[in-house]
Design a protein around this ligand. Structure first.
Ligand code: IDP
Ligand code: MG
Length: 140
């Protein structure tokens, strides 16, 4: 089924010049980039985006990190885009991520793990709306 998912290249990966290599992975896997932009999250915006993790011990550190510098947000479209993107990303902890995945190659630790990807259809819809207006998304 054709789906859309939200991808974020996190601040440490943007700072290290990895935007091109990471987007290449998505395109090589047949996912289409139908929206993309750089953004900078305020602490409050990062807290709102990760609201679901509010009670987790890493919430404060995670939202500080995610608001520490520019991110590259994109909408990926394609067959099974949500699970395909999660597969390309690899496990949350880079130490446990499969060889060749983004997080295995470029993640620094379980927090600074280079990328975010939506985890299901409802989350994807919410996260895409968080960053993009409908007229900023270009299916092709
Ligand atoms: P996911 O990004 O693979 O979906 P989630 O469990 O949704 O993983 O966690 C969201 C983000 O919170 C992770 O990508 C990572 O940046 C951070 N995070 C998750 N678990 C930990 C942890 O145990 N310590 C520190 N940061 C964590
Ligand atoms: Mg998640």
């Amino acid at each position: 089924m054709t789906e859309r998912t939200l991808s974020i290249i996190k601040p440490d990966a943007v700072a290290r010049g990895l935007i091109g290599e990471i987007l290449r992975k998505f395109e090589s896997a047949g996912l289409k980039i139908v929206a993309a932009k750089l953004a900078s999250l305020s602490r409050e915006q990062a807290q709102a985006f990760y609201e679901v993790h509010r009670e987790r011990p890493f919430y404060s550190s995670l939202t500080e990190y995610m608001s520490s510098g520019p991110i590259l947000v994109s909408v990926l479209e394609g067959g099974d885009a949500i699970s395909k993107n999660r597969e390309i990303m690899g496990a949350t902890d880079p130490a446990k991520a499969a060889p060749g995945t983004i997080r295995q190659q470029w993640g620094q630790d379980v927090e600074k793990n280079a990328v975010h990807g939506s985890d299901g259809p409802e989350t994807a819809a919410r996260e895409i709306t968080f960053f993009f207006r409908p007229n900023e998304i270009h299916s092709r």
